[in-house]
Design a protein around this ligand. Structure first.
Ligand SMILES: *[C@@H]1O[C@H](CO)[C@@H](O)[C@H](O)[C@H]1NC(C)=O
Ligand SMILES: *[C@@H]1O[C@H](CO)[C@@H](O)[C@H](O)[C@H]1NC(C)=O
Length: 402
């Protein structure tokens, strides 16, 4: 009887998740393994909805519930690596070092995971870091920056910065060559890559970052009407709703401003005038725009919305808003974009900005890729052909840095 009482709501949520998927999710024809993709998205909706229910019942934070499940994933030991959990101050980090002896100091990658600031943990990105350390024979430092609801956007970025500085100060301890330190991240981790690289420009006392690696990065929230935002807003796993939820939570913006953020009325005319030249859809190459793409009409300015969303205009947090003098001094970049990703255009715009300012850029575009695809690269029957290609492209770029 009690079991039934417990099972019924769980079953109800499952049915709801499946309905929600089929009613709202858009699965583009180019995606491979579509049935598996749909099943995984149903599972994702099921878990996030359970989290939401637990939060409504005031049992625990929905984000924490999902992270708890992420951490249940069993980590396989990689005999070729030494993995150490450390704390840099209050920030947990995980260090991956090749076990084999090396006569020379190694390359290093400082990595910030994705997850929108609410999801993603050291454990869920563990196998990716193992892969990178093993395949590129590098030391990898994965930073466990504090997440929402314990922390907010700027604090997360500062955690990433603080951990990176600590690492850069102690390269010798970890057998790292100071001229071979790379910084990389996925999704919101890519935002932090921009933040950290920018902030380190002012630090002549620390080794220069050799390259920045951004995988499906989130680089601005001023123009949420770009072609990819319109076209892929219902494509899992990062739908527009999920993006806005995470963005508003992490930036402590009241969710009632969603409309204003989407229709552009939260942008002050002066700031938009300044940023338009970098962020407008005119900068997106034609082949990435559907023939029926219409640049949206800007809604009239809404001052209250602007005041509430002010942090989105912070140049430090949005690498695409940085001035030319800053961008021109950034390290060479590797930009990986997925076609079926709401953030595709962020990567395309950033590529253009870097190239215009003569910063070397290597870009890699994945036609059948989607946001979050790389996490499945080693999940056997849950993997996708693009997952493997993404991680291989990243590893291959890293190996080229010598
Ligand atoms: C968000 O805004 C709505 C409507 O303006 C208001 O009712 C609500 O209390 C606000 N929520 C928070 C957490 O401030
Ligand atoms: C844009 O959003 C704001 C805030 O919700 C709303 O007041 C305004 O009417 C919207 N404008 C248009 C043109 O949709």
């Amino acid at each position: 009887m009690w079991v039934l009482l417990l099972l019924l709501p769980l079953l109800g949520v499952l049915v709801w998740a499946v309905f929600k998927h089929f009613l709202t999710a858009d699965v583009p024809a180019v995606l491979k393994h579509r049935i598996k993709f749909r099943m995984l998205h149903c599972a994702f909706l099921y878990i996030t909805t359970l989290g939401h229910v637990l939060e409504k019942l005031r049992i625990c934070s929905g984000y924490k519930f999902v992270r708890f499940l992420e951490d249940l994933w069993i980590i396989k030991k990689d005999p070729s690596l030494v993995v150490t959990n450390l704390r840099f101050g209050t920030i947990p980090v995980r260090l991956f070092q090749p076990r084999a002896a090396s006569s020379e100091p190694r390359r290093a990658i400082i990595f910030y995971h994705g997850g929108g600031g609410g999801f993603g943990t050291l454990t869920s990105y563990h196998s990716l870091c193992c892969f990178l350390a093993r395949e590129t024979e590098s030391v990898v430092l994965s930073v466990g920056y504090r997440l929402y609801p314990d922390s907010f956007g700027m604090v997360m970025a500062e955690d990433c910065y603080a951990a990176s500085v600590h690492f850069l100060r102690n390269l010798q301890t970890y057998g790292v060559d100071p001229s071979l330190v790379l910084v990389g991240g996925e999704s919101i981790g890519g935002t932090f890559v921009g933040y950290v690289c920018r902030k380190l420009l002012a630090r002549s006392d620390l080794p220069r970052i050799r390259a920045q690696i951004m995988i499906c990065p989130f680089l601005q929230a001023i123009n949420l009407q770009l072609p990819s935002h319109q076209r892929y807003k219902n494509v899992p796993f990062l739908t527009q709703t999920l993006m806005l939820t995470c963005l508003c939570d992490c930036m402590s913006i009241n969710h009632s401003w969603w409309d204003a953020m989407l229709n552009g009325s939260f942008r002050s005319p002066e700031l938009w005038k300044k940023y338009q030249k970098w962020l407008s859809a005119d900068n997106i190459p034609k082949k990435f725009k559907p023939s029926n793409y219409r640049p949206p009409v800007s809604a009239p300015f809404h001052e209250a919305a602007f005041l509430e969303t002010g942090l989105l205009f912070d140049q430090r947090f949005s690498p695409l808003l940085a001035n030319d003098e800053v961008v021109a001094r950034l390290p060479p970049a590797f930009l990986l974009s997925c076609e079926n990703d709401i953030f595709r255009d962020d990567a395309l715009l950033y590529k253009k900005r870097l190239e215009d300012l003569r910063v070397p850029v290597v870009s890699y575009h994945v036609e059948d890729g989607f946001h979050g695809a790389l996490l499945f690269f080693d999940k056997k029957c849950f993997s996708f052909p693009c997952s493997r290609r993404i991680v291989n492209a990243v590893a291959s770029y890293i190996r080229g840095i010598q």
